[in-house]
Structures are given as structure tokens and as C-alpha cells.
Design a protein around this ligand. Structure first.
Ligand SMILES: [Cu+2]
Length: 168
């Protein structure tokens, strides 16, 4: 019987480590830093926008810029920095004074996109400018995937435990 308990403990640890690995694989890219900073007011127009994530992001990652009337700014080219795959860069045309909205979508290592938006301003201070940071995660697929994985791992664990009990 002591041997059975020992085997079950090992099995539990194994299942828990599998679960931990699965969870870490599903972690999504997070925005760590941006230049210009969200909600900032710049004295002169920036020549680029640079977003830094916590992990390398996919080549399909994009950034777009809208003015305060929600017109897309033309001449903005976004790409993942070949020197630093954690960074999404956009080169900018000469920008006029005003408020700009940055919308970004970054593709995580597991292929899932995360997105977010923020504003910055060029020129005089607008009291309505807010720090619109934050991203929307795709929670539902994550939750469903997690449940299916947990169910499978639990089922395999039980099946193996039953086999071990039968053998001893
Ligand atoms: Cu994901």
C-alpha cells in the first residue's frame, strides 16, 4: 500500500507539471512599454511609434493610427523590428498637431492575437485626454481550451492511477 501512495504522489506531481506547462504555453503577449507613452503630450511630432512586448510577436502584428475624427492616418507603416522581435514599430509621416489614437494587434507565440489602444497628443494640452491603456484578451477560447485540457489530463491521470492500483 505504501508503494501505491508513493506512485500516486509521483503521478499527481507529473499531472500538475503538465498543467503548469500547458498554462505557460498559453500565456499571451503583454504590452510592457510604449513610446510615445499612453496619454502623453508631445511638444513635437514623433517620427515613429515603438511598442515593447514581453515576448517575441508574430509578423502579422499591426499598428494603426487614427486622428481624433477617427480618420485613419495614411503613410503609417508598421512592422516587427528585425533587431528586436519583442517590438512593434510604426514609421510615421509628418504629423499635424492634435490627438491621435493608436490601435495595435500583436500575435502571441501561440498564434492568438491580443489588441489594445491608447492615445497621445501633439501640441497643447487637452484636459479630456485620458490614459486609455489596456488590452482585450480572448478569454473564451482560453477558458474552453483550459477546460478540455484539464479534463483530458484528469482523465488520463485517473486511468493511470487505476492501472497502477490494479498492478500492485
Ligand atoms: Cu492563446
Amino acid at each position: 500500500m505504501r508503494r501505491t501512495y508513493w506512485l500516486l504522489s509521483i503521478l499527481t506531481l507529473f499531472v500538475m507539471s503538465l498543467w503548469a506547462t500547458a498554462v505557460s504555453v498559453q500565456a499571451h503577449a503583454q504590452l510592457l512599454e510604449s513610446d510615445p507613452a499612453p496619454g502623453s503630450t508631445l511638444a513635437s511630432p514623433p517620427t515613429e511609434i515603438r511598442l515593447t512586448f514581453n515576448e517575441p510577436i508574430g509578423a502579422e502584428s499591426r499598428l494603426s493610427l487614427f486622428n481624433n475624427a477617427f480618420y485613419a492616418q495614411t503613410g503609417v507603416e508598421s512592422f516587427v523590428d528585425p533587431q528586436n522581435p519583442n517590438q512593434l514599430v510604426a514609421t510615421l509621416p509628418p504629423l499635424a498637431r492634435g490627438i491621435y489614437n493608436v490601435n495595435w494587434t500583436a500575435v502571441s507565440a501561440d498564434g492568438h492575437p491580443v489588441s489594445g489602444s491608447f492615445r497621445f497628443q501633439i501640441g497643447e494640452i487637452d484636459p479630456n485626454l485620458y490614459d486609455g491603456t489596456g488590452g482585450n484578451e480572448w478569454f473564451l477560447p482560453f477558458l474552453l481550451g483550459g477546460l478540455v485540457l484539464f479534463g483530458t489530463v484528469f482523465w488520463i491521470g485517473r486511468k493511470r492511477a487505476a492501472d497502477i492500483l490494479r498492478e500492485t
